[in-house]
Design a binder for this molecule. Structure first.
Ligand SMILES: [Ca+2]
Length: 198
């Protein structure tokens, strides 16, 4: 019994200062500020950070004559089909089945062209690589002339993983892009997320 009394007394002593504090200090006024964050629908870059796209190789702002047009390579790898190469999305890509690899665009009309851009996904997951590329054009889809000889082009995420092949302006109904090398060790074929014709 004595032990129980001592325990109760001890608890009362402990509780007393708490009660005294509450009484002497009173109930402070509590101010609560509720901050609501805006809904984020996509990745945002604070203005103080540089835009990586500023270092991308610039592309013409004129019409891309290849976008959505009939395209044919004859041989692709796995699910990386021809139509991925001009669907306007850099997260889909065409991959050839070996080398040399040709992919031909039917522009469905005659257009004056002077640039072909070959783009990979701009993500740095796509490590730097070199692809060797030539460009030919045709009026009838059967007879082609070379407008840009095979050259080795460096793809690097730091510059947008894209290359630009400029040549003397010429009228074309068909554009053929020929790949003869891809230095990436992850594939045995050519790769392009988008090929644009300007
Ligand atoms: Ca694509």
């Amino acid at each position: 019994m004595n032990r129980i009394c001592c325990l109760i007394c001890a608890l009362m002593l402990l509780a007393a200062p708490l009660g005294a504090l509450g009484e002497s200090a009173g109930d402070p006024e509590t101010i609560v500020t509720i901050v609501r964050t805006p809904e984020q629908a996509q990745a945002e870059r604070p203005p103080c950070f540089p835009d990586p796209a500023d270092d991308y190789i610039p592309l013409p702002e004129t019409e891309n004559f290849a976008l959505g047009k009939p395209v044919h390579s004859g041989a692709h790898t796995d699910v990386y089909v021809d139509k991925n190469v001009n669907d306007g999305k850099t997260d889909t890509y065409w991959e050839s089945k070996g080398f040399p690899a040709e992919i031909t665009f039917d522009l469905q009309g005659a257009f004056t062209v002077s640039t072909v851009a070959v783009c990979l996904n701009p993500s740095s997951i796509w490590e730097p690589r070199i692809q060797e590329i030539a460009v030919e054009i045709s009026q009838d889809g059967e007879n082609y002339i070379q407008v840009s000889p095979a050259g080795k082009y460096q793809f690097d995420a730091a510059t947008g993983n894209r290359v630009r092949i400029d040549f003397e302006a010429v009228q074309a109904c068909f554009v053929k892009v020929i790949f003869t090398l891809n230095s990436s060790s992850r594939t045995g074929g050519a790769q392009a997320a988008e090929i644009c014709v300007y």
